[in-house]
Design a binder for this molecule. Structure first.
Ligand SMILES: NC(=O)C1=CN([C@@H]2O[C@H](COP(=O)(O)OP(=O)(O)OC[C@H]3O[C@@H](n4cnc5c(N)ncnc54)[C@H](O)[C@@H]3O)[C@@H](O)[C@H]2O)C=CC1
Ligand SMILES: O=C([O-])CC(=O)C(=O)O
Length: 339
Protein backbone atom coordinates (compact mmCIF):
# COMPACT_ATOMS: atom_id res chain seq x y z
CA UNK A 1 0.00 0.00 0.00
CA UNK A 2 1.43 3.37 -0.94
CA UNK A 3 -0.10 6.18 1.00
CA UNK A 4 0.62 9.61 -0.32
CA UNK A 5 -1.06 12.16 1.85
CA UNK A 6 -1.64 15.65 0.54
CA UNK A 7 -4.63 16.79 2.53
CA UNK A 8 -5.90 20.13 1.44
CA UNK A 9 -5.95 22.88 4.01
CA UNK A 10 -9.68 23.35 3.45
CA UNK A 11 -10.29 19.82 4.76
CA UNK A 12 -13.87 18.70 4.60
CA UNK A 13 -15.34 22.15 5.05
CA UNK A 14 -15.62 23.43 1.56
CA UNK A 15 -17.20 26.51 0.19
CA UNK A 16 -17.58 25.80 -3.49
CA UNK A 17 -20.07 26.97 -6.03
CA UNK A 18 -22.48 24.12 -6.79
CA UNK A 19 -21.60 22.11 -3.69
CA UNK A 20 -23.27 24.30 -1.08
CA UNK A 21 -21.80 25.81 2.02
CA UNK A 22 -22.30 22.88 4.35
CA UNK A 23 -19.51 20.55 5.38
CA UNK A 24 -19.12 17.66 2.97
CA UNK A 25 -19.37 14.05 4.09
CA UNK A 26 -16.44 11.65 3.86
CA UNK A 27 -16.64 9.55 0.70
CA UNK A 28 -14.21 6.90 -0.41
CA UNK A 29 -13.95 6.22 -4.14
CA UNK A 30 -11.87 3.41 -5.64
CA UNK A 31 -10.72 3.13 -9.24
CA UNK A 32 -9.90 -0.45 -10.30
CA UNK A 33 -7.59 -0.35 -13.32
CA UNK A 34 -6.26 3.02 -12.17
CA UNK A 35 -2.90 2.80 -13.97
CA UNK A 36 -4.48 2.31 -17.40
CA UNK A 37 -5.30 4.62 -20.27
CA UNK A 38 -8.65 5.57 -18.73
CA UNK A 39 -7.62 4.99 -15.12
CA UNK A 40 -4.90 7.64 -15.01
CA UNK A 41 -6.83 10.65 -16.32
CA UNK A 42 -9.89 9.46 -14.38
CA UNK A 43 -7.77 9.40 -11.20
CA UNK A 44 -6.74 12.99 -11.98
CA UNK A 45 -10.34 14.11 -12.50
CA UNK A 46 -11.61 12.33 -9.37
CA UNK A 47 -8.79 13.97 -7.39
CA UNK A 48 -10.29 17.31 -8.44
CA UNK A 49 -13.76 16.37 -7.16
CA UNK A 50 -14.44 18.01 -3.78
CA UNK A 51 -17.04 15.35 -2.93
CA UNK A 52 -14.27 12.74 -2.63
CA UNK A 53 -12.36 12.49 0.66
CA UNK A 54 -10.40 9.28 -0.03
CA UNK A 55 -9.27 8.11 -3.45
CA UNK A 56 -8.04 4.51 -3.67
CA UNK A 57 -6.13 3.68 -6.86
CA UNK A 58 -5.86 -0.04 -7.57
CA UNK A 59 -4.24 -1.92 -10.44
CA UNK A 60 -2.26 -5.08 -10.94
CA UNK A 61 0.82 -2.93 -11.76
CA UNK A 62 2.14 0.65 -11.74
CA UNK A 63 -0.22 2.22 -9.21
CA UNK A 64 2.46 3.53 -6.81
CA UNK A 65 3.70 6.02 -9.39
CA UNK A 66 0.23 7.14 -10.43
CA UNK A 67 -0.81 7.57 -6.78
CA UNK A 68 2.35 9.53 -5.87
CA UNK A 69 1.85 11.79 -8.88
CA UNK A 70 -1.87 12.47 -8.38
CA UNK A 71 -1.47 12.91 -4.62
CA UNK A 72 0.61 16.08 -5.09
CA UNK A 73 -2.44 17.94 -6.40
CA UNK A 74 -3.65 20.29 -3.66
CA UNK A 75 -7.28 19.23 -3.57
CA UNK A 76 -9.32 17.62 -0.80
CA UNK A 77 -8.87 13.86 -1.12
CA UNK A 78 -6.21 11.64 0.36
CA UNK A 79 -4.80 9.37 -2.35
CA UNK A 80 -3.61 5.82 -1.74
CA UNK A 81 -2.19 3.42 -4.31
CA UNK A 82 -2.70 -0.35 -4.11
CA UNK A 83 -0.97 -2.84 -6.33
CA UNK A 84 -1.64 -6.55 -6.80
CA UNK A 85 -4.47 -8.80 -5.71
CA UNK A 86 -3.39 -9.06 -2.08
CA UNK A 87 -4.02 -5.31 -1.70
CA UNK A 88 -7.43 -5.30 -3.41
CA UNK A 89 -9.32 -5.79 -0.15
CA UNK A 90 -7.65 -2.77 1.45
CA UNK A 91 -8.39 -0.68 -1.64
CA UNK A 92 -12.08 -1.58 -1.44
CA UNK A 93 -12.72 -1.52 2.29
CA UNK A 94 -15.13 1.29 3.23
CA UNK A 95 -15.75 2.36 -0.38
CA UNK A 96 -18.88 4.31 -1.25
CA UNK A 97 -18.26 4.21 -5.00
CA UNK A 98 -16.14 1.82 -7.08
CA UNK A 99 -15.30 2.71 -10.68
CA UNK A 100 -14.06 -0.15 -12.90
CA UNK A 101 -12.04 0.64 -16.03
CA UNK A 102 -9.94 -2.57 -15.69
CA UNK A 103 -9.37 -4.79 -18.68
CA UNK A 104 -8.15 -4.83 -22.25
CA UNK A 105 -9.23 -2.27 -24.86
CA UNK A 106 -10.05 -2.88 -28.54
CA UNK A 107 -7.69 -2.83 -31.48
CA UNK A 108 -8.84 -2.02 -35.04
CA UNK A 109 -11.08 -4.73 -36.48
CA UNK A 110 -12.34 -5.92 -33.09
CA UNK A 111 -15.84 -5.60 -31.67
CA UNK A 112 -16.38 -4.91 -27.98
CA UNK A 113 -17.63 -8.49 -27.68
CA UNK A 114 -14.18 -9.69 -28.78
CA UNK A 115 -12.96 -8.41 -25.38
CA UNK A 116 -15.36 -10.73 -23.55
CA UNK A 117 -12.97 -13.66 -23.09
CA UNK A 118 -10.43 -11.61 -21.14
CA UNK A 119 -12.54 -8.92 -19.51
CA UNK A 120 -15.37 -11.16 -18.27
CA UNK A 121 -12.97 -12.98 -15.95
CA UNK A 122 -11.36 -9.73 -14.75
CA UNK A 123 -14.72 -8.18 -13.94
CA UNK A 124 -15.94 -11.33 -12.22
CA UNK A 125 -12.89 -11.39 -9.95
CA UNK A 126 -13.15 -7.71 -9.09
CA UNK A 127 -16.89 -7.94 -8.37
CA UNK A 128 -16.35 -10.93 -6.06
CA UNK A 129 -13.96 -8.73 -4.08
CA UNK A 130 -16.47 -5.85 -4.04
CA UNK A 131 -19.13 -8.23 -2.66
CA UNK A 132 -16.71 -9.19 0.09
CA UNK A 133 -15.11 -5.88 1.04
CA UNK A 134 -17.63 -3.13 0.20
CA UNK A 135 -20.99 -4.83 -0.49
CA UNK A 136 -22.92 -1.55 -0.23
CA UNK A 137 -20.81 0.44 -2.68
CA UNK A 138 -22.21 1.89 -5.89
CA UNK A 139 -20.42 0.27 -8.83
CA UNK A 140 -19.77 2.15 -12.08
CA UNK A 141 -18.79 -0.41 -14.73
CA UNK A 142 -16.69 0.94 -17.61
CA UNK A 143 -14.98 -2.31 -18.71
CA UNK A 144 -16.24 -3.64 -22.04
CA UNK A 145 -18.35 -5.25 -23.27
CA UNK A 146 -20.60 -3.26 -20.90
CA UNK A 147 -23.67 -5.07 -22.30
CA UNK A 148 -22.25 -8.27 -20.75
CA UNK A 149 -20.02 -7.07 -17.89
CA UNK A 150 -22.95 -5.44 -16.05
CA UNK A 151 -25.01 -8.68 -16.10
CA UNK A 152 -21.87 -10.56 -14.95
CA UNK A 153 -21.51 -8.16 -12.01
CA UNK A 154 -25.20 -8.58 -11.13
CA UNK A 155 -24.88 -12.37 -11.09
CA UNK A 156 -21.73 -12.26 -8.94
CA UNK A 157 -23.50 -9.98 -6.45
CA UNK A 158 -26.63 -12.18 -6.47
CA UNK A 159 -24.58 -15.27 -5.71
CA UNK A 160 -22.86 -13.41 -2.86
CA UNK A 161 -26.25 -12.24 -1.55
CA UNK A 162 -25.28 -8.56 -1.89
CA UNK A 163 -27.09 -7.57 -5.10
CA UNK A 164 -28.94 -4.27 -4.98
CA UNK A 165 -30.12 -3.24 -8.43
CA UNK A 166 -30.04 0.42 -7.42
CA UNK A 167 -26.26 0.26 -7.03
CA UNK A 168 -24.99 -1.18 -10.30
CA UNK A 169 -24.43 1.00 -13.37
CA UNK A 170 -23.01 0.42 -16.82
CA UNK A 171 -21.36 3.71 -17.71
CA UNK A 172 -22.79 4.89 -21.05
CA UNK A 173 -22.06 8.57 -20.46
CA UNK A 174 -19.52 8.65 -23.29
CA UNK A 175 -22.33 7.92 -25.75
CA UNK A 176 -24.21 10.93 -24.37
CA UNK A 177 -21.07 13.09 -24.46
CA UNK A 178 -20.53 12.16 -28.12
CA UNK A 179 -24.17 12.64 -29.09
CA UNK A 180 -24.10 16.11 -27.51
CA UNK A 181 -20.85 17.09 -29.23
CA UNK A 182 -21.93 15.81 -32.67
CA UNK A 183 -25.43 17.34 -32.39
CA UNK A 184 -24.00 20.71 -31.35
CA UNK A 185 -21.73 20.61 -34.40
CA UNK A 186 -24.64 20.08 -36.81
CA UNK A 187 -27.25 22.25 -35.11
CA UNK A 188 -24.87 25.12 -34.33
CA UNK A 189 -26.29 25.14 -30.79
CA UNK A 190 -24.04 26.08 -27.90
CA UNK A 191 -22.64 22.69 -26.90
CA UNK A 192 -22.96 23.54 -23.21
CA UNK A 193 -26.75 23.87 -23.62
CA UNK A 194 -27.23 20.63 -25.55
CA UNK A 195 -28.97 17.57 -24.12
CA UNK A 196 -29.45 14.25 -25.92
CA UNK A 197 -30.65 11.07 -24.21
CA UNK A 198 -28.96 7.88 -25.40
CA UNK A 199 -30.67 4.58 -24.60
CA UNK A 200 -30.23 0.84 -25.23
CA UNK A 201 -26.75 -0.51 -24.59
CA UNK A 202 -23.11 0.29 -25.26
CA UNK A 203 -22.04 -1.38 -28.51
CA UNK A 204 -22.77 -0.58 -32.16
CA UNK A 205 -26.48 -0.53 -32.98
CA UNK A 206 -27.41 -1.12 -29.33
CA UNK A 207 -26.41 2.54 -28.79
CA UNK A 208 -29.59 4.46 -29.63
CA UNK A 209 -29.35 8.26 -29.42
CA UNK A 210 -32.77 9.91 -29.25
CA UNK A 211 -32.16 13.00 -31.38
CA UNK A 212 -35.92 13.57 -31.62
CA UNK A 213 -35.69 14.58 -27.93
CA UNK A 214 -32.50 16.62 -28.33
CA UNK A 215 -32.56 20.16 -27.00
CA UNK A 216 -32.29 22.91 -28.09
CA UNK A 217 -34.61 21.83 -30.94
CA UNK A 218 -33.00 22.17 -34.35
CA UNK A 219 -35.35 20.39 -36.82
CA UNK A 220 -32.45 18.71 -38.58
CA UNK A 221 -33.34 16.81 -41.77
CA UNK A 222 -33.75 13.01 -41.63
CA UNK A 223 -30.48 12.26 -43.47
CA UNK A 224 -28.53 14.38 -40.96
CA UNK A 225 -30.24 12.61 -38.03
CA UNK A 226 -29.32 9.25 -39.55
CA UNK A 227 -25.70 10.30 -40.03
CA UNK A 228 -25.53 11.64 -36.44
CA UNK A 229 -26.99 8.37 -35.15
CA UNK A 230 -24.45 6.30 -37.06
CA UNK A 231 -21.55 8.49 -35.92
CA UNK A 232 -22.65 8.17 -32.28
CA UNK A 233 -22.97 4.38 -32.64
CA UNK A 234 -19.52 4.18 -34.26
CA UNK A 235 -17.85 6.79 -32.02
CA UNK A 236 -15.75 4.21 -30.20
CA UNK A 237 -14.62 2.63 -33.46
CA UNK A 238 -13.73 6.07 -34.85
CA UNK A 239 -11.27 6.51 -31.95
CA UNK A 240 -9.98 2.90 -32.13
CA UNK A 241 -9.16 3.41 -35.83
CA UNK A 242 -7.58 6.82 -35.27
CA UNK A 243 -5.37 5.36 -32.51
CA UNK A 244 -4.37 2.61 -34.97
CA UNK A 245 -3.61 -0.17 -32.51
CA UNK A 246 -2.73 2.00 -29.49
CA UNK A 247 -6.07 1.43 -27.74
CA UNK A 248 -9.50 3.03 -27.59
CA UNK A 249 -11.01 6.19 -26.13
CA UNK A 250 -9.29 7.09 -22.87
CA UNK A 251 -9.42 10.87 -22.40
CA UNK A 252 -13.04 11.38 -23.46
CA UNK A 253 -13.93 8.27 -21.43
CA UNK A 254 -12.15 9.59 -18.36
CA UNK A 255 -14.12 12.83 -18.76
CA UNK A 256 -17.39 10.90 -19.17
CA UNK A 257 -16.57 8.63 -16.23
CA UNK A 258 -15.84 11.64 -14.05
CA UNK A 259 -19.08 13.38 -15.07
CA UNK A 260 -21.06 10.25 -14.23
CA UNK A 261 -19.25 9.67 -10.91
CA UNK A 262 -19.84 13.32 -9.97
CA UNK A 263 -23.60 12.86 -10.53
CA UNK A 264 -23.53 9.64 -8.49
CA UNK A 265 -21.73 11.45 -5.64
CA UNK A 266 -24.11 14.40 -5.83
CA UNK A 267 -27.05 11.95 -5.68
CA UNK A 268 -25.52 10.32 -2.57
CA UNK A 269 -25.11 13.80 -1.12
CA UNK A 270 -28.81 14.53 -1.63
CA UNK A 271 -28.56 16.98 -4.52
CA UNK A 272 -32.02 16.79 -6.18
CA UNK A 273 -32.79 16.01 -9.83
CA UNK A 274 -29.55 14.26 -10.71
CA UNK A 275 -30.51 12.51 -13.95
CA UNK A 276 -28.06 10.60 -16.15
CA UNK A 277 -28.39 7.90 -18.79
CA UNK A 278 -26.96 4.58 -17.59
CA UNK A 279 -27.23 0.85 -18.33
CA UNK A 280 -29.14 -0.55 -15.35
CA UNK A 281 -31.57 -3.27 -14.35
CA UNK A 282 -34.73 -2.16 -16.05
CA UNK A 283 -38.36 -2.83 -16.89
CA UNK A 284 -38.47 -0.10 -19.55
CA UNK A 285 -38.41 -2.84 -22.21
CA UNK A 286 -38.69 -6.63 -21.95
CA UNK A 287 -34.89 -6.83 -21.55
CA UNK A 288 -33.58 -7.20 -17.98
CA UNK A 289 -30.92 -4.48 -18.45
CA UNK A 290 -31.30 -1.38 -20.55
CA UNK A 291 -29.78 2.09 -20.71
CA UNK A 292 -32.14 4.98 -20.19
CA UNK A 293 -32.37 8.10 -18.08
CA UNK A 294 -32.19 7.31 -14.37
CA UNK A 295 -32.79 9.58 -11.40
CA UNK A 296 -29.94 9.26 -8.89
CA UNK A 297 -30.29 9.67 -5.15
CA UNK A 298 -29.03 8.67 -1.73
CA UNK A 299 -29.23 4.92 -2.48
CA UNK A 300 -28.21 5.03 -6.13
CA UNK A 301 -30.99 4.59 -8.70
CA UNK A 302 -34.12 6.25 -7.37
CA UNK A 303 -36.15 5.89 -10.52
CA UNK A 304 -35.59 4.41 -13.96
CA UNK A 305 -37.27 6.83 -16.34
CA UNK A 306 -39.17 5.76 -19.45
CA UNK A 307 -38.10 6.37 -23.03
CA UNK A 308 -40.52 9.19 -23.83
CA UNK A 309 -41.94 9.66 -27.35
CA UNK A 310 -39.78 8.13 -30.12
CA UNK A 311 -39.66 8.97 -33.82
CA UNK A 312 -40.44 6.19 -36.32
CA UNK A 313 -36.70 5.90 -37.04
CA UNK A 314 -35.93 5.51 -33.33
CA UNK A 315 -38.74 2.95 -32.90
CA UNK A 316 -37.14 0.88 -35.68
CA UNK A 317 -33.72 1.29 -34.04
CA UNK A 318 -35.16 0.12 -30.73
CA UNK A 319 -36.58 -3.07 -32.24
CA UNK A 320 -33.37 -3.77 -34.20
CA UNK A 321 -31.11 -3.49 -31.16
CA UNK A 322 -33.05 -5.87 -28.92
CA UNK A 323 -31.80 -9.25 -30.27
CA UNK A 324 -28.11 -8.22 -29.99
CA UNK A 325 -28.53 -6.67 -26.56
CA UNK A 326 -30.49 -9.70 -25.33
CA UNK A 327 -27.74 -12.07 -26.55
CA UNK A 328 -24.99 -10.02 -24.87
CA UNK A 329 -26.89 -9.93 -21.58
CA UNK A 330 -27.51 -13.69 -21.72
CA UNK A 331 -23.86 -14.35 -22.55
CA UNK A 332 -22.81 -12.47 -19.42
CA UNK A 333 -25.34 -14.25 -17.19
CA UNK A 334 -24.29 -17.65 -18.56
CA UNK A 335 -20.59 -16.92 -18.03
CA UNK A 336 -21.12 -15.81 -14.44
CA UNK A 337 -23.08 -18.94 -13.61
CA UNK A 338 -20.97 -21.56 -15.32
CA UNK A 339 -17.51 -20.74 -14.06
N1 LIG B 1 -17.83 2.19 -21.15
C1 LIG B 1 -17.23 2.90 -22.08
O1 LIG B 1 -17.82 3.82 -22.64
C2 LIG B 1 -15.80 2.64 -22.42
C3 LIG B 1 -15.17 1.51 -22.00
N2 LIG B 1 -13.85 1.27 -22.30
C4 LIG B 1 -13.25 0.02 -21.79
O2 LIG B 1 -12.48 0.30 -20.63
C5 LIG B 1 -11.49 -0.72 -20.45
C6 LIG B 1 -10.14 -0.13 -20.14
O3 LIG B 1 -9.64 0.61 -21.24
P1 LIG B 1 -8.20 1.33 -21.17
O4 LIG B 1 -8.03 2.05 -19.91
O5 LIG B 1 -8.03 2.04 -22.45
O6 LIG B 1 -7.24 0.04 -21.15
P2 LIG B 1 -5.73 -0.05 -20.62
O7 LIG B 1 -5.18 -1.35 -21.10
O8 LIG B 1 -4.99 1.20 -20.95
O9 LIG B 1 -5.90 -0.09 -19.04
C7 LIG B 1 -6.52 -1.16 -18.39
C8 LIG B 1 -5.90 -1.30 -17.03
O10 LIG B 1 -6.57 -2.38 -16.39
C9 LIG B 1 -5.57 -3.04 -15.62
N3 LIG B 1 -6.02 -4.37 -15.25
C10 LIG B 1 -6.01 -5.51 -15.97
N4 LIG B 1 -6.47 -6.53 -15.21
C11 LIG B 1 -6.79 -6.00 -14.01
C12 LIG B 1 -7.31 -6.54 -12.81
N5 LIG B 1 -7.60 -7.83 -12.69
N6 LIG B 1 -7.49 -5.71 -11.77
C13 LIG B 1 -7.21 -4.39 -11.88
N7 LIG B 1 -6.72 -3.83 -12.98
C14 LIG B 1 -6.50 -4.63 -14.03
C15 LIG B 1 -4.32 -3.03 -16.50
O11 LIG B 1 -3.15 -3.28 -15.73
C16 LIG B 1 -4.39 -1.64 -17.06
O12 LIG B 1 -3.66 -0.72 -16.28
C17 LIG B 1 -11.54 -1.55 -21.75
O13 LIG B 1 -12.28 -2.72 -21.53
C18 LIG B 1 -12.27 -0.64 -22.73
O14 LIG B 1 -12.91 -1.34 -23.75
C19 LIG B 1 -13.13 2.17 -23.02
C20 LIG B 1 -13.71 3.34 -23.46
C21 LIG B 1 -15.10 3.64 -23.24
O1 LIG C 1 -14.96 1.54 -28.58
C1 LIG C 1 -14.36 1.01 -27.63
O2 LIG C 1 -13.85 -0.12 -27.67
C2 LIG C 1 -14.30 1.74 -26.35
C3 LIG C 1 -15.66 2.27 -26.04
O3 LIG C 1 -16.49 1.57 -25.51
C4 LIG C 1 -16.01 3.58 -26.56
O4 LIG C 1 -15.12 4.36 -26.94
O5 LIG C 1 -17.21 3.86 -26.61
Amino acid sequence: MFRSVARSAVGKHLLRRGYGTVSLPDRKVAILGAAGGIGQPLALLMKLNPLVSQLALYDIANTPGVAADVSHINSRSEVTGYVGEDQLGQALEGCDVVIIPAGVPRKPGMTRDDLFNINAGIVKGLCSAIAKYCPHALVNMISNPVNSTVPIAAEVFKKAGTYDERKLFGVTTLDVVRAKAFYAGKSKANVADVNVPVVGGHAGITILPLFSQATPKANLPEDVIKALTKRTQDGGTEVVEAKAGKGSATLSMAYAGAVFADSILKGLHGVPDMVECAFVQSTVTELPFFASKVRLGKSGVEEVLGLGPLSEYEKEGLESLKPELKASIEKGIKFANQS
